[in-house]
Design a binder for this molecule. Structure first.
Ligand code: OSB
Ligand code: MG
Length: 385
């Protein structure tokens, strides 16, 4: 990292963007509500629709940036009302602030930023600003941060169905071209689930990568029992197998199945804690809308890279606008190298863009979005300035 990396609203940009500045002119905030095709069950909560906000920022030169702010019930700590309140406050403050200018080496607060804003608000507002800067230069927002970007990214196909459909679903994902599959476990009996994973491995063969996610469903003993039953199946990693993340090194000691942090990264971590002390830690699953501001997201990516841990960008069931931001970030951070967790759009019956980024052969095309790409059918304008 060059010392002279320009810092824009607390985000370190790629060194060629020393002279970046913008002055916001106006903002529109839409509230959307789209149904899930089937009720989505996460953490014992059943969701029937996805609600969220789409932020459209315009600067004084007429460039536009889009962002999405969609708190996920059961994962985000804030309600929609708080998100709306914090977003409008932040946007008002930015508009009144005047020119936002990148500063060399700036580590300090820029004056308008709100340290108490929820991470989902940081994600939406910061990606809207980055998307504006990127649209003005005809590049992707990942390139604003990292200088380059791939045009498509590999995706881990997601299996959330019940055990009896796992093998069918896995085969169907493989026939569609996915090379990495993620299966949600920890839903029913762990012994049966371990057998289900054995069946999946038996049917997809050795070349497909298998990731598992237990969402902290198990006590240590159950996790180890499950781990031992799948340890010869070449599991790439299992996300959050135990209720208490402190127990993960013991889990790995007992069964040698690599694990990943996901939920654990959604709270403030002890800054002296090193990931290196977690033997068996294979990946950080990074959901930018849940882990804090972009600066923290970038810091976690860098920490992962330094310690040879895979950064795996993942969605929180955002609509098209949020997914486009995540895809652009992933395209610059892991590019065509690491399959990422963005196979969530197909759970929604509708979206916020006219043409969603369809996954083909297990790859998602990386697109930038602007106002003409928006589908506002499911949106209601709730604020403008
Ligand atoms: O536990 O990984 C999770 C989405 C919303 C909330 C939690 C999770 C998820 C996903 C996203 O699984 C898809 C993926 O990571 O492949
Ligand atoms: Mg997870």
């Amino acid at each position: 990292m060059g010392l002279n990396a320009p810092n824009f609203i607390g985000i370190r940009l790629s060194p060629q963007f020393q002279d970046v500045s913008l002055e916001l002119k106006s903002a529109l905030l839409y509230r959307f509500n789209v149904p899930f095709k089937h009720p989505l069950k996460i953490k014992n909560i059943e969701l029937h629709q996805r609600e969220g906000l789409i932020l459209v920022l315009t600067d004084t030169s007429g460039h536009v940036g889009l962002g999405e702010i969609s708190p996920l019930i059961g994962f985000s700590h804030e309600t929609m009302e708080t998100a709306i309140y914090k977003t409008t406050m932040l946007v008002d403050r930015m508009i009144n602030f005047g020119a936002l200018i990148a500063q060399p080496n700036a580590g300090r607060n820029t004056g308008w930023s709100d340290r108490t804003a929820p991470s989902v608000v940081h994600f939406g507002v910061e990606t809207a600003l980055l998307s504006l800067l990127a649209n003005a230069r005809n590049i992707s927002m990942g390139a604003m941060l990292y200088g380059s970007s791939s045009t498509k990214i590999p995706i881990n196909g997601l299996i959330q169905s019940s055990l009896s459909e796992w093998v069918f679903e896995a085969e169907s994902l493989v026939s569609k071209g996915y090379r990495t599959i993620k299966i949600k476990v920890g839903q029913i009996n762990s012994v049966l689930e371990a057998r289900g994973i054995q069946d999946i491995r038996g049917s997809v063969g050795p070349d497909i990568r298998l990731r598992l996610d237990a969402n902290r469903s198990w006590d240590l003993e159950t996790a180890i029992e499950f781990g031992r039953a799948v340890k010869d199946l070449d599991i790439e990693y299992i996300e959050e197998p135990t209720i208490h993340p402190e127990e993960l090194p013991r889990f790995y000691d007992a069964c040698s199945v690599p694990f990943a942090f996901d939920e654990t990264l959604h709270r403030i971590l002890d800054p002296t804690l090193s990931f290196a002390s977690y033997t068996g830690l294979k990946a950080l699953v990074l959901k930018p809308s849940l882990i804090g501001c972009t600066a923290r997201f970038v810091a976690l990516v860098n920490q992962a890279r330094e310690q040879n841990i895979m950064p795996v960008i993942s969605s929180s069931f955002e609509s098209d606008v949020g997914l486009a931001a995540l895809a652009q970030l992933a395209a610059s951070i892991t590019g065509d190298k690491i399959a990422v967790g963005l196979d969530t759009r197909s759970t929604l019956a509708a979206g916020t863009a006219k043409t969603p980024a369809t996954i083909q052969n297990g790859w998602m095309p990386v697109k930038t979005l602007t106002t003409s790409d928006l589908d506002l059918t499911h949106c209601e304008l709730i604020y403008h300035s």
